[in-house]
Design a protein around this ligand. Structure first.
Ligand code: NAD
Length: 456
């Protein structure tokens, strides 16, 4: 161990507890234990691995309230969201508990014998997660990776380690073999980089900023290691004049201010057809003001604080200078890293506020002229993660959904994440996909075996 770091409750700015920083030697020991545990795990019958994952899911289910309270304390998530997140982890585990018996290979016709393929696990998978959704994002990696026969070493973000540490303990309490799923706390430049450089970590899953993701990908390239990247976003919520304006305006705050905008899928640009631009703003303003920001322990709270003082400074910096604020919602005064929901009208789609990821409760509203203009503007950032569009015209919905270069889109809704559908970004938002029916297979390598059957 090389010291500790202090976790802070973002709603009160008070310290919660100290968490250890793993040293290189400790990380290497964890990886060595994972190598050994993985051999036994992969050798188990598929049904036995499925049962073990279901037991892990049940342990999470029976600790939903405890996990949710930890997330409220450590991350400032509203309790209703935190309960959803903890339950989601159990659902993801249950879903991928169905994978071990379904990882079928192929039988391919060949002359003189038989050819079959096997989905072999990589071995040890390193998973690096950010602070915004500490439990859910971790589970998108560890559940399918374990299901496919791998061991997992998981590095939570420094700011939000508590739920990950508890999930690691629950896995052991549920009977998963020692060393199979380990949570290693510490800094990105030590633990995260060691996952990238250590030869026994055979695949890396990284979720975080595009900047760090690029360096993780470069390190993985050096080691010829596959990597999945889930990175930043600047997603567009496109409102056409022929859409249901009332519904679009009423749902727009949730689409960008959920988790205080600290959501890679936040619809942080609202593109509105010019003919209904003013009407949309009239409808949007009361919806923003009704968005309930406050004590995350209360059932009715919809938005808590930002994660840290430093992050609040970063979000505030987007409002310095040119950005024209149209209106704002409310936020508590006093201790804690509070920031009110804020609606900005940029002068140009090239303004920083319309291009860069804020990762806070700030939304830029911009006009567009026609369908082609909407698609052009939606695609006019480096990102391509999520997006929504509102229209009652089916043909337009299909054309725009196909035209927007994003990995996850919804029409007349803002849904992004269902564990049984694929999730991930295009362009600078990432590489590869998580969740959905094929995620366990993404944690395997295909092996082809030819069996000669000629008698001679
Ligand atoms: P970050 O990139 O600073 O950190 C992410 C994780 O990487 C942390 O655990 C950190 O300790 C670790 N890390 C830092 N430096 C590292 C290094 N050199 N090598 C290896 N690991 C290192 O991101 P953050 O601030 O924690 O999270 C916010 C970002 O995450 C936003 O950009 C957001 O859009 C993105 N995000 C993306 C998705 C998605 O699915 N696309 C989901 C959530 C968050």
């Amino acid at each position: 161990m090389t010291g500790t770091f202090t976790l802070i409750n973002p709603a009160t700015a008070e310290p919660i507890r100290e968490v250890s920083r793993a040293s290189i030697a400790e990380i290497d020991e964890a990886i060595a234990r994972a190598v050994s545990a993985q051999r036994g795990w992969a050798a188990q019958a598929p049904g036995a691995r499925a049962d073990a994952l279901r037991a892990f899911a049940r342990a999470v289910e029976t600790h939903v309230e405890e996990l949710a309270q930890l997330e409220v304390l450590n991350s400032g998530h509203p309790i209703s969201s935190a309960r959803w997140e903890a339950s989601h982890v159990a659902q993801v585990l249950n879903f991928y508990a169905g994978s071990p018996e379904r990882l079928s290979g192929q039988q391919i016709p060949v002359a003189g014998g038989m050819d079959v393929t096997f989905h072999e696990p990589y071995g040890v998978v390193g998973i690096i997660v950010p602070w915004n959704f500490p439990m859910t994002i971790a589970s998108w990696g560890f559940a399918p990776a374990l299901a496919a026969g791998n061991a997992v070493v998981l590095k939570p973000a420094e700011l939000t380690s508590l739920t990950a540490v508890r999930l690691g303990a629950l896995a052991r309490e549920a009977g998963l073999p020692d060393g199979l799923f380990q949570v290693v706390t510490g800094s990105g430049s030590v633990v995260g980089e060691r996952f990238v450089s250590h030869p026994d970590v055979r695949k890396v899953v990284f979720t975080g900023s595009t900047e760090v993701g690029v360096s993780v990908a470069a390190g993985c390239a050096q080691a010829l290691k596959p990597v999945t990247l889930e990175l930043g976003g600047k997603s567009a919520n496109i409102v056409f004049a022929d859409g249901d304006l009332e519904k679009a305006a009423a749902s727009a705050p949730g689409a960008v201010f959920d988790n205080a905008g600290q959501d890679c899928c936040a619809r942080s640009r609202i593109l509105v057809q010019r003919s209904v631009f003013d009407r949309f703003l009239e409808l949007f303003e009361p919806a923003v003001q009704a968005w309930r920001v406050g004590d995350p322990r209360l059932e009715l709270t919809e938005m808590g604080p930002l994660i840290s003082a430093a992050h609040r400074d970063s979000v505030s910096s987007f409002l310095d200078g040119a950005a024209r604020v149209a209106f704002r919602g409310g936020a508590p005064d006093g201790p804690g890293f509070w920031f009110p929901p804020t609606v900005v009208l940029p002068d140009s789609p090239r303004d920083r506020i319309a291009q860069d990821e804020v990762f806070g409760p700030v939304v830029a509203v911009l006009p567009f002229d026609d369908e082609a203009d909407a698609i052009r503007l939606a695609n006019d950032t480096i990102y391509g993660l999520a997006g929504s569009l509102w229209t009652e015209n089916l043909g337009r919905a299909v054309r725009v959904a196909r035209g927007v270069k994003s990995g996850v889109l919804s029409v007349n809704s803002h849904s992004s994440v269902r564990y049984w559908t694929p999730f991930g970004g295009m362009k600078a938002s990432g590489l590869g996909r998580e969740l959905g029916p094929d995620a366990a297979e993404h944690f395997t390598e295909t092996k082809n075996v030819f069996f000669a059957t000629d008698a001679s």
